[in-house]
Ligand binder design. Structure first.
Ligand code: LCS
Length: 396
């Protein structure tokens, strides 16, 4: 009988498939650009993929490979590829999977630079994207074309925390022979594993929760071995060149060891902040999938593990003017983009992360000009809430 599968935290800490020299507890940083072959025959065999082993760090490196095995395991996928940024991961998937003449369906609520890639840059290469509300079945069906190849979404989506039903997306993709791609940055594999719902490819900005400490820009692609290899040997090697450094792989590997405990704390604190905000008279609306008032709460309950991550958004009754006052006066929260760090961060999507959207597209996506987005960090919850209370009380 096979050994019982270890729990998530255990698998995020241990990876026994690589031997560690000298009995080192942690996996070392192989800070090398190239690998020495034993002889010319071996070099030839490695280039011909007849023999495993490393060649040159744009194609792979022991430190990144070690991290890749862990990530694939945590996402429940056959393979993973790490890259130098989340945008590097998304760009690599698209450049690998698509050609001129292809069409993509995407939800309209996505990270600002991903939206810009879809709206402005893919069309330059002959790839068209139709933005829809993926929770509206009729809209999705109407968007389907003969040349549609790929369907894309984030869940929870940045910045409105919209939840997409992944089982539905996977079913639609299978019925219509589309590649389904999901950005799992906000949930992380601790809260949602898209593969379990039938999704083909998972992308990450590993800059966020996977690393968790605000000191790295990084990305990842997870999926079936054939597709991930293609991303590695075509998209990454020949097109984007978006390669993660061995040092960054070391940092993310270190961050991953605490992913479970961090996500539990982020989620618990974000829930407390969401409930506090919902009860405050200066607040008009709170967006957090853990709240019963969130329009996709039922799907979130089914699809997440009973915890809802550390990201939330809210609108104030006083609109953008009041939002600016809060953003400029908080102290525990830092006024900064990014998310998933130990520090609580607050930012204004309309003028910052989602400024690549046109005003019209932002309105269609429900990203209000007065919306503030908060990434709830790991500080003491009393300090986080007090920082908001002091500054919101001034508005009423
Ligand atoms: N996907 C999501 C959901 C993101 O939030 C981001 C970055 C990316 C992909 C791109 O990842 P990167 O290349 O930056 O590693 N999101 C940011 C944000 O909300 N604030 O600053 C960056």
């Amino acid at each position: 009988m096979s050994e019982k599968r270890k729990g998530f935290a255990t698998r995020s800490i241990h990876n026994e498939t690589h031997e560690k020299e000298y009995g080192a507890l942690t996996f070392p940083i192989y800070q090398t650009s190239t690998i020495v072959f034993e002889n010319a025959e071996q070099g030839g065999r490695r280039f011909a993929l007849e023999e495993g082993g490393f060649i040159y760090s744009r194609l792979g490196n022991p430190s990144t490979a070690y991290l890749q095995e862990k990530l694939a395991n945590l996402e429940g996928c056959e393979a993973a590829l790490v890259l130098s940024s989340g945008m590097g991961a998304i760009g690599t998937v698209f450049m690998t999977a698509l050609s001129a003449g292809d069409h993509v369906i995407s939800d309209k609520v996505i990270y600002g630079c991903t939206h810009s890639l879809f709206e402005h840059h893919l069309p330059r290469f002959g790839i068209e994207v139709t933005f829809v509300d993926l929770t509206n079945d009729d809209e999705v069906k109407a968007a389907l074309r003969e040349n549609t190849k790929l369907i894309y979404c984030e869940t929870p989506a940045n910045p409105t925390l919209k939840i997409i039903d992944l089982e539905k997306v996977a079913k639609f993709a299978k019925e219509n022979n589309l590649l389904s791609v999901v950005d799992n940055t906000v949930a992380t594999p601790y809260l949602t594993r898209p593969k379990e719902f039938g999704i083909d490819v998972i992308v990450h900005s590993a800059t966020k929760y996977l690393n968790g400490h605000g000191d790295v820009i990084a990305g990842a692609i997870c999926g079936d071995l054939d597709f991930v290899m293609k991303c590695n040997l075509e998209g990454q090697k020949d097109i984007t060149g978006s390669v993660m450094s061995p040092f960054d792989a070391f940092l993310i590997n270190r961050g991953l060891k605490t992913l479970e405990v961090r996500m539990e704390r982020h989620s618990k604190s974000a829930m407390a902040v969401a409930e506090f905000l919902e009860g405050h008279p200066a607040v008009k609306k709170v967006y957090y999938p853990g709240l019963a008032s969130h329009k996709d709460h039922d799907v979130a309950k089914r699809q997440m593990n009973g915890q809802y991550s550390g990201l939330l958004a809210f609108e104030l009754k006083g609109g953008f003017e009041d939002a600016k006052k809060v953003a400029n006066s908080v102290k525990v929260f830092k006024l900064a983009v990014s998310l998933g760090d130990c520090e609580s961060l607050i930012q204004h999507p309309a003028s910052m992360t989602h400024s690549p959207y046109s005003q019209e597209d932002r309105e269609a996506a429900g990203i209000d000009d007065g919306l503030l987005r908060a990434s709830i960090g790991l500080e003491n919850i009393d300090d986080i809430i007090e920082d908001l209370r002091v500054n919101l009380d001034k508005l009423v």
